[in-house]
Design a protein. Structure first.
Length: 211
C-alpha cells in the first residue's frame, strides 16, 4: 500500500475500530465493574494474608496466659463454620434465582443466607464475650491480640456483607432485577464466597491447630 493510499480519505475504517472495540474504546461497564471488584477482593486477601502471618508468628506468645487449647470450643466453632458454609450455598442459589429472573426464590434464599450469617456472628460474639469474661481479652497477650484482630476482622466483613445483602434485596424489591442490580448481586456473591475461603483458613490455622 502506498503512502497516498494511506493518506487518502477514501481509506475504509474497520467496523470494529469505528465502534470502539479492539481500538482502545471504552470497555463495557460489566467488565470494568468485574475487574474493579476483583482488585478489591485481591486486596482484601492480601490484608488477611498479613493477619494470618502475624497470628502464626504471635500464636505462641501467651505471656503466661491461657492458650488456644484452653479457650477454644471446637463444637461451637464447628457449628459456626457450618452456618457460614451453608450460607455460601444459599447465596449461590439466590444469585442463580436472580439470573433466572425469579425474585420470589431470590428473596427466600437471601433470607436464609442472612439468617445463617447472623447465626455465625452470634456464635462468634458469644465466644468473644466468654473469653473476655475469663480474663482472656485482646490485651492479655500477643496471642490473644492477634486472635481477636484476625477473627474480629473477618467478623466485621461478615457483618458488612449482611448489611449489603439487606440493601441489595431492598433494591430488588424497589427496582426489580435490572442489569445494574444484578451486577451488584453478583459482586456481593463473590465477596461472600471469598469470606468463606478466608474462614476455612481461620478454622484450620487458628482453631484446629490451636486446639
Amino acid at each position: 500500500m502506498t503512502i497516498a493510499a494511506i493518506d487518502s480519505p477514501q481509506t475504509a475504517v474497520p467496523t470494529e475500530l469505528a465502534r470502539g472495540r479492539g481500538g482502545g474504546g471504552p470497555a463495557p461497564k460489566r467488565v470494568v465493574v468485574a475487574y474493579g471488584f476483583w482488585i478489591f477482593i485481591l486486596s482484601d486477601m492480601v490484608m488477611f494474608s498479613a493477619l494470618f502471618a502475624a497470628y502464626a508468628v504471635l500464636s505462641g506468645n501467651t505471656a503466661g496466659g491461657p492458650t488456644g487449647a484452653e479457650l477454644f470450643n471446637l463444637r461451637s466453632v464447628f457449628i459456626e463454620t457450618m452456618c457460614l458454609l451453608l450460607s455460601s450455598y444459599t447465596c449461590g442459589i439466590a444469585v442463580l434465582s436472580a439470573e433466572r429472573r425469579d425474585p420470589t426464590r431470590l428473596f427466600i434464599f437471601a433470607a436464609l443466607t442472612f439468617v445463617l450469617g447472623a447465626a455465625f456472628l452470634f456464635i462468634e460474639v458469644t465466644e468473644f464475650a466468654g473469653m473476655v469474661d475469663k480474663g482472656a481479652g485482646p490485651s492479655r497477650s500477643a496471642f490473644l491480640s492477634s486472635f481477636f484482630t484476625l477473627v474480629g476482622t473477618h467478623g466485621v466483613h461478615v457483618a458488612s456483607g449482611l448489611v449489603a445483602l439487606v440493601y441489595l434485596v431492598a433494591q430488588v424489591a424497589a427496582k426489580g432485577l435490572q442489569a445494574a442490580v444484578l451486577r451488584r448481586l453478583l459482586c456481593w456473591s463473590l465477596f461472600w464466597h471469598a469470606l468463606d475461603i478466608v474462614w476455612v483458613g481461620v478454622f484450620t490455622l487458628v482453631y484446629l491447630m490451636g486446639a
